[in-house]
Design a protein around this ligand. Sequence first.
Ligand code: IPM
Ligand code: MG
Length: 360
Amino acid sequence: MTHNILVLPGDGIGPEIVTEAEKVLQAADVKFNLGLNITSALVGGSAIDVTGGPLPEATLDAAKAADAILLGAVGGPKWDGLDMAIRPEKGLLGLRSNLKLFGNLRPAILYPQLADASSLKPEIVSGLDILIVRELTGGIYFGQPRGIRVLDNGERQGYNTYIYAESEIRRIGKVAFEAARARGGKLCSVDKANVLEVTVLWREIMDEMATDYPDVELSHMYVDNAAMQLVRAPKQFDVMVTGNMFGDILSDAAAMLTGSIGMLPSASLDEAGKGMYEPCHGSAPDIAGQGKANPLATILSAAMMLRYTLNEGAAADAIETAVSVVLDQGLRTADISANGMQTVDTKTMGDAVVSALVNG
Ligand code: IPM
Ligand code: MG
């Protein structure tokens, strides 16, 4: 059996980190006889430079045909001046919506080796294991109408629409309730139901669904409080479920609890479990091409891909163990180095994971 994987390196540090993740996948392929067939395509700014648009048709077709997708990151100052409709980010958003990847899983796990790298005290974050379930193809990111218009008085006005249909809330609710059931049995739904009607409906539907999951303890929290609780007492959370924009923000906050956003993988799944896997961090143009980027979030995203879409759980476990081994060995990229530990570059980190995997 062959697994067809499409890699989309993208922009900034994307190509560097994806190169390392590909090496790890190839090593896993040899060790576990996975039958991986890896091809690559352009997305984001690098696609704009070659084709004029951030999501060339060839890329979208290849993404549809692939069993799973591994993406680096998109965007950078070079393309910041472009019209919103053709910015690099539209490549990523277009993939998410065209492939109907509505279920975004963003696990924030603190590796015990990195407790000192967190900006929070070790006792606040040690043992942290949160899963943020973010709705990814709706909400204010995609709501119509949207735009910037000129009013009668000549003043410009920007507007977006925060909108969720009941079916969209239910399908992300299902992902979240089921994840909570398989983990610690606690689900916190995050909304702004004291102000926004769309999230009043969100809260009602989560309450309705809870009756089908008597084994899951559902709670609700306003997003401002959730942001505060994440940095005050993050271990109170097991699974959090929220809409597209709140999830974007809260997952960056959760990432920092784990020491660095350079550690956080993510999965974006459709109804059938097909997925696109990417690190939660961005393209970090300030350090691009310097070998400073942490490839671990992308490597861990590759592990999630093996587990969730390709059903190769043993290989996924082995990659995650290899990451833990290199952290035990004291290897640190700059973002996760603390207490004056010596840092290694992107390639050295990737090579170390490969050798831990091969020898594991
Ligand atoms: C993320 C990113 C994206 C998002 C950007 C790059 C469009 O921040 O995956 O969290 O906002 O969803
Ligand atoms: Mg984000």
